[in-house]
Design a protein around this ligand. Sequence first.
Ligand code: IPE
Ligand code: IPE
Ligand code: MG
Length: 249
Amino acid sequence: MITGGTELSSPRHIAIIMDGNGRWAARKGLSPSAGHKAGVERIRDLLSACRSRGVEVLTLFAFSSENWQRPPKEVELLMSLFHSYLRKEARRMCDEGVRLRVIGRRDRFSPRLQRAIAEAEEITRLGQQGDLVIAADYGGRWDITQAARQLAEQVVNGERSIDSIDEESLDSHIQLADLPPVDLLIRSSGEQRISNFILWQAAYSELFFTDTLWPDFDEAALDVAIAAFQQRDRRFGGRAAGGDAAAQA
Ligand code: IPE
Ligand code: IPE
Ligand code: MG
């Protein structure tokens, strides 16, 4: 076990806001592109570290709805890194039994990138050893909006009544609904904000902020975050310690 105890369990689902590539590069006198390249290189090791620690799902925030505002050259580089990552890693993920899913808008990506996403998802479709979710052109507000829109369409089509719209039905249309809840949400680089990442899904996630810049975020940094998670008392609004509130109700 990570902290030496035997009873401590790892989070089932970790989500990470991979931030700090630009500052990492600037500190080395390099361009943001160099930071993004170094950042992508972290993902493979991190994914396997998660798997060896019993984490079932890793969700990574790669590109936000707002990141289109970056300089065109930087956006282009990020798109090309995403494309080559998918082309390079999908086969390896398939071999390792990792199922890949991309969440976000997609329609603003080039047809070539959209194809690469679809192919990577198809190649890894049968993976049963864990899930990697990449949030790209993703925004938490977009996610809630698209779920609301689907419910509205169902009402208009006569497939459901307004009364049937509740938290559960909305939740079932939000991304990741079929996966375990996000237990631990990590943000690197010292910023302490959500930046429009998983707004709905993080309602009861434990938050962990680290000053480590993303390209430096290694297995040891992951272990620090998991150890912090294991010390948290998750009450979910109840009173009992140890996350067993429901049993006390
Ligand atoms: C995160 O690194 C990567 C993306 C947002 C795509 P940044 O590029 O935001 O790094 P900083 O925040 O400028 O250091
Ligand atoms: C959030 O980081 C998005 C990703 C890490 C993909 P940003 O660097 O874009 O967030 P802000 O602008 O500091 O809030
Ligand atoms: Mg940033």
